[in-house]
Design a protein around this ligand. Structure first.
Ligand code: PAF
Length: 268
């Protein structure tokens, strides 16, 4: 990588946990617009999974991923082992103290410490000029941008749009856990966001009214549970009282054992 940079070539990194889908491929295509040389990292990061989460069950298919990378013209695939990334005896981690405590951070304590630590390591190992992350994980994206700014990491963070199935479900490696019925039920997540958008477009500004309406949409589905559904101020990720253009509407639901997240930006 250092050699490539010396020769004046630009590098873009697409960090992933593998089991690539169309959402990842769109990030790869975006990375190609930013750099001469695209690296995809594939690493199921144990540090970002809680003790009761799906680390072992998380889908993996390295061969298929490498083929997909090949057909997208990816220049290098980096797939380190857990031992290589986290040799025993590590004592330094990256912790953010405000945004990481909200929403996903509240539901998944330690998750963002794991994400930020591994992303900082990947950025240090690959030393890309840019790194591409999806807007579906919008809180993760905000935290990575904050880490890069606060720690003066010399990389441009690029955000890729969420890719959806034809019926609106955001693409996610976790969608494969859903049974046929659950797949249908999962659409309440997207419906709840569209309800927030509809209310906002109709002039509703009371965030409590919008949040409650989203929860009602989700909980119309007997198998669905709301982890959160809220209008968020993107400056510090605090819950809004009054919704305004540019605020983020984020929701996380559980369908059976599967946890799904999605978001929209108001007035987008
Ligand atoms: O979004 C993901 O797939 C992961 O959180 C990331 C950014 C690759 C870090 O492990």
């Amino acid at each position: 990588m250092v050699d490539l940079k010396r020769r004046g070539r630009t590098i873009s990194l697409v960090p992933t946990m593998g089991y690539l889908h169309e959402g990842h491929l769109s990030l790869i295509r975006l990375a190609k617009q930013y750099a001469d040389f695209v690296v995809v990292s594939i690493f199921v990061n144990p540090l970002q999974f809680g003790p009761t989460e799906d680390l072992d069950a998380y889908p993996r298919d390295l061969e298929r991923d490498r083929e997909l990378c090949g057909s997208e013209g990816v220049d290098a695939v980096f797939y380190p082992s857990v031992k290589e990334m986290f040799p025993p005896g590590r004592t330094v981690f990256v912790e953010e103290e405000v945004i990481s405590r909200r929403l996903e951070g509240e539901c998944r304590p330690g998750h963002f410490m794991g994400v930020l630590t591994v992303v900082a390591k990947l950025l240090n190992i690959i030393q890309p000029d840019s790194a591409v992350f999806g807007k579906k994980d919008v809180q993760q994206l905000a935290l990575i941008a904050k880490m890069v700014a606060d720690l003066n990491i010399p990389v441009e963070i690029v955000a890729g749009d969420t890719v959806r199935e034809p019926d609106g479900l955001a693409m996610s490696s976790r969608n494969r856990y859903l049974s046929e019925d659950e797949r249908e039920e999962a659409l309440c997540l997207r419906r709840s966001l569209l309800e927030a958008e509809r209310l906002f477009a109709g002039g509703e500004r009371d965030a409590t009214v919008i949040n409650e309406a989203m929860k009602a949409v989700i909980e119309q589905v007997p198998g669905a549970r709301t982890d959160y559904a809220a209008v968020i101020d993107p400056s510090d990720w605090s819950p809004c009282e009054n919704a305004s253009c540019g605020d983020i509407v984020a929701a996380a639901i559980r369908i059976g054992k599967t946890r799904l997240i999605d978001n929209i930006v108001l007035g987008d």
